[in-house]
Design a protein around this ligand. Structure first.
Ligand SMILES: *Cc1c(COP(=O)(O)O)cnc(C)c1O
Length: 399
């Protein structure tokens, strides 16, 4: 039973909705949930959460994993564990979902936006290097932004869309400047960087099990690290900073950020399918690539030579001039055919809450945003559904 069984098409007319990305609940989900309920361990106490943490740590090759209520909470906690304090600055990509940038603000710190590199849309390590070399200065042991005077404390790269960032030069850069790296690996569980699983620390890395991620717990997240003291600190902060198991002593302001057993039980069943889901995502990506290869003005995503993508979302670029329609035209046309396609995230540095924050030479992110289009990428996407997407994209082109 290695293959994912195909569901029969729900309608005959062939225009049932094709969603962008929906969860795939399979295998032992019901069995584990029932066992969890029967055990009466439904909150965060009990064996389930620990089992899920152990399974994920083993998969990623990390010594420790701390489960959280969602990926955003994992990022917030990881930043605090990394020593990010109010008034500090953290380097973030301009092109990302907003959650990691919000997490920087939850910690009271400020984002500095770094551009995307043009080939894979990941945070541009050269841009980060340029910012640190030209715009920052070390004074009395503290690296400070020359323009704002604030201490720069961490780098938060996001492995976007299932493709890893170029981590080796980024880690050397961080180590050279004494910065901690908090990886947002929420979209890239199962991806590999130079043969190592994404999130394999590094310093700290965060995952998400939201409904549209490669595996889901409904909502959930995880922090992984190799450092025992960081693991302990993350556990402490996510359980209301409890200093005594009996008396209610709290030396710090903590959070109620722990995952529940019910979610962990679902997560354990999903982990058993991760490799099959990854194979399926790769097959879908290869099939899109083969079918859309020769369409003029359609720019296909690739893998860097050192990368193995999880192909979480298949995102193409539309060159409006050559293709004959803009990415937004295509989205509207696909919508009429009952196919859900979406733009990429609006670059965060030009959104209202972040407009006044520093953006270091951001250009590529804006261009990628305008031309990009995410195509249906669910693990359970059928051949017929994918053919409909391919036909719609082929029909629109000029050639
Ligand atoms: C999904 C996502 C998150 C947040 O995860 P939640 O579990 O939804 O809080 C963070 N960063 C990125 C890049 C994401 O795509």
């Amino acid at each position: 039973m290695n293959r994912i069984p195909r569901r029969p098409p729900r309608t005959r007319d062939g225009d049932a909705p094709v969603p962008l990305s929906v969860p795939e609940i399979r295998g032992n989900a019901w069995r584990y949930l029932r066992r969890c309920l029967d055990s009466n361990w439904v909150s965060s106490a009990g064996p389930w959460v620990e089992r899920f943490e152990t399974a994920l740590a083993a998969r990623v090759g990390a010594r420790h994993a701390v489960a959280t209520v969602n990926g955003t909470a994992a990022l917030h906690t990881a930043l605090l564990v990394a020593g990010v304090r109010p008034g500090d600055e953290v380097l973030v990509p301009a092109l990302t979902f907003i959650a990691p940038v919000n997490a920087v603000r939850y910690a009271g710190a400020w984002p500095v936006f770094i551009d995307a590199e043009p080939d894979h849309g990941q945070m541009d390590v050269d841009g980060a290097r340029d910012f640190l070399a030209r715009r920052c200065r070390r004074r009395r042991g503290v690296l400070r932004n020359r323009d704002t005077g604030r201490p720069v404390r961490a780098i938060l790269p996001v492995h976007l869309l299932g493709h890893p960032c170029d981590m080796d030069p980024l880690m050397s850069l961080a180590i050279r400047h004494g910065l901690t790296v908090v990886e947002d690996a929420t979209e890239s569980l199962g991806a590999e960087y130079r043969g190592r699983p994404v999130g394999r620390p590094g310093h700290l890395a965060c995952f998400s099990f939201n409904g549209n991620k490669i595996i889901t717990t409904g909502g959930g997240g995880m922090i992984v690290t190799d450092r025992a003291d960081w693991d302990e600190k993350a556990r402490y902060l996510t359980t209301q900073a409890k200093d005594d198991p009996v008396e209610f002593i709290h030396r710090e302001i903590g959070f109620n950020y722990r995952l529940t057993s019910l979610q962990a039980a679902l997560g354990l069943s999903q982990m058993e399918w991760l490799d099959r889901f990854l194979r399926r995502k790769r097959t879908l990506a290869l099939r899109y690539a083969g079918a859309l290869r020769n369409i003029s003005g359609l720019l296909l995503p690739g893998e860097a030579p050192w990368a193995r993508s999880s192909w979480w979302l298949y995102v193409v670029g539309i060159d409006g001039e050559r293709y004959g329609e803009t990415s937004r035209d295509v989205i509207r046309r696909l919508e009429k055919a009952n196919i859900e396609a979406r733009p990429l995230w609006h670059p965060i540095h030009s959104l209202p809450p972040y407009r006044r924050c520093q953006a270091h030479r951001v250009e590529v992110a804006d261009r990628l945003y305008r031309r990009s289009l995410a195509l249906p990428s669910s693990v359970g996407l059928t051949r017929r559904q994918q053919d409909r997407v391919i036909r719609a994209l082929t029909a629109g082109c000029r050639t």
